[in-house]
Design a protein around this ligand. Structure first.
Ligand code: AOS
Ligand code: ZN
Ligand code: ZN
Length: 430
């Protein structure tokens, strides 16, 4: 039995009021695209198949190490988070999977949780382990690192936690384990840079050995934070070397915010794909560092260029090309449901524009070294307003044409603020 949180009548009524203008814009765009030989319905059908996962922790208000400002009606446990994720999926029709984080989302009965998610129209995506903070009652502190700690008992505990995450994931129907560690140093000389990677690789190999048949291990690199001098898996170079030494089932995950400003992330994407190691994404945007701002809010063009490489990768697949797409953002000043709906829209927009690139024209211009025409092939796709395609996709799948407006009309958050207990204050690390 389905228990969807937003009334389907409300969505239908909302769409009915906007349908005529969407049709008009869709038809106009269709005529424009047909002049260059593009069938808008083909594009629409491709976009309708694209989905991106949302993180369970993204449903709560994020925060910084300085403050967190909770909102009334914020979810406080995995059940409430799933319900909020169901709203995002119901209105966007683009986010049918949730990525859980342990021990944050720990429950007693995971088969029941899987059923609960299914009744909300959701499944589970990659499982995330957490060895970057200590939990109450934990035997060994991660203050010396986790998979790379100099302390053998701490490393063993981190390995065991990752294996437990795989076991939980199996019950939830996941097939990927995402491993991001905060391991690193704050002072030159604090640790030996070579030997800490040795220890990481040895521990990671133990986790890798526990992967069930079809499972993948996704290594997420990050330049800095919480470690401010050196991080063990700091960049895509460390990540791909680790993934190559661990084995075929180990791939790299690119979180867009985990690079130095101005780094050419789309080229990293192309490189990882070239060596069959592109495993997944955490979408967000950044201005300075790991800001976890909403996808496409700062640099939508970069997002488009990343998707341009993904389309290239799709057309020239390497073995095992099947990236796990996920949003990973910190919603510090917005309603997380609204942010994730808007982000799903930004991600699908970048994807749609990348589909519109005239691939033959682009390749011909590249072969002929016609720089301007090659650039224009990308530019003219990027300039296209694809919103009528996205609105139509949502409407046809049962979502809302204007997600934010429909969400506000539903008064979902107001209702939850009556029903849910208030969230405590404190730093909301994400
Ligand atoms: C941390 O910076 C990473 O983005 C990870 O993906 C992390 O596990 C996630 O943000 C939850 O804290
Ligand atoms: Zn991330
Ligand atoms: Zn991050």
């Amino acid at each position: 039995i389905s228990t969807l949180p937003i009334s389907t009548e409300l969505i239908a009524e909302h769409n009915a009021a906007l349908m005529a203008s969407v049709d008009e814009d869709y038809d106009a765009l269709g005529r424009k695209l047909s002049r260059t030989g593009v069938d808008i319905d083909v594009v629409k059908n491709k976009v309708a198949e694209f989905t991106v996962a949302v993180p369970s922790w993204g449903a709560g208000r994020g925060g910084t190490r300085f403050a967190k400002f909770p909102i009334p009606g914020e979810p406080t446990n995995i059940h409430e988070k799933l319900e909020d994720c169901a709203v995002i999926n119901q209105l966007s029709q683009a986010t049918p999977r949730v990525s859980p984080h342990f021990p944050w989302d720990k429950v007693d009965d995971y088969s029941a949780l899987r059923e609960e998610a299914a009744s909300l129209g959701l499944g589970f995506d990659a499982v995330n382990s957490n060895t970057f903070q200590d939990q109450l009652g934990q035997a060994h502190s991660y203050s010396t690192g986790s998979l790379s700690s100099t302390d053998a008992a701490t490393r063993a505990q981190a390995v065991e936690h990752n294996i437990e995450c795989i076991e939980i994931g199996q019950k939830l129907g996941s097939t990927d384990l995402t491993v991001w560690v905060g391991d690193g140093t704050n002072f030159p000389g604090q640790q030996d840079l070579g030997r800490s990677l040795d220890r990481y690789l040895d521990s990671a190999a133990e986790v890798y050995a526990a992967l069930p048949g079809t499972w993948r291990m996704l290594l997420e690199h990050k330049m800095f934070e919480p470690a401010f001098y050196s991080s063990v898996i700091s960049d895509w170079g460390s990540s791909i070397l680790a993934a190559q030494s661990l084995g075929d089932k180990c791939k790299c995950l690119v979180d867009l915010g985990h690079h130095a400003p101005n780094v050419n992330i789309e080229q990293i994407v192309a490189r990882l794909h070239r060596f069959g190691k592109l495993g997944g994404f955490h979408f967000n945007d950044s201005k300075y560092g790991d800001d976890d701002l909403d996808s496409g809010s700062i640099n939508p063009h970069q997002l488009f260029l990343v998707f341009n490489e993904l389309i290239e990768a799709e057309l020239h697949p390497r073995e095992g090309f099947n990236p796990a797409y996920m949003i990973d953002q910190s919603h510090n000043v917005t309603d997380p449901i609204e942010s994730m709906m808007a982000s799903a829209d930004a991600i699908l927009t970048a994807y749609t524009k990348a589909i519109l690139v005239d691939r033959q024209g682009l390749t011909a211009a590249q072969e002929a070294n016609d720089t301007m025409l090659a650039f224009q092939a990308l530019r003219s796709a990027y300039k296209t307003d694809t919103s009528p395609i996205l609105a139509k996709v949502r409407q046809e799948k049962g979502g809302a044409i204007d997600m934010i407006q429909a969400y506000r009309t539903s008064k979902y958050r107001e209702r939850k603020s009556q029903a849910r207990k208030p969230v405590g204050l404190g730093s909301g690390i994400v």
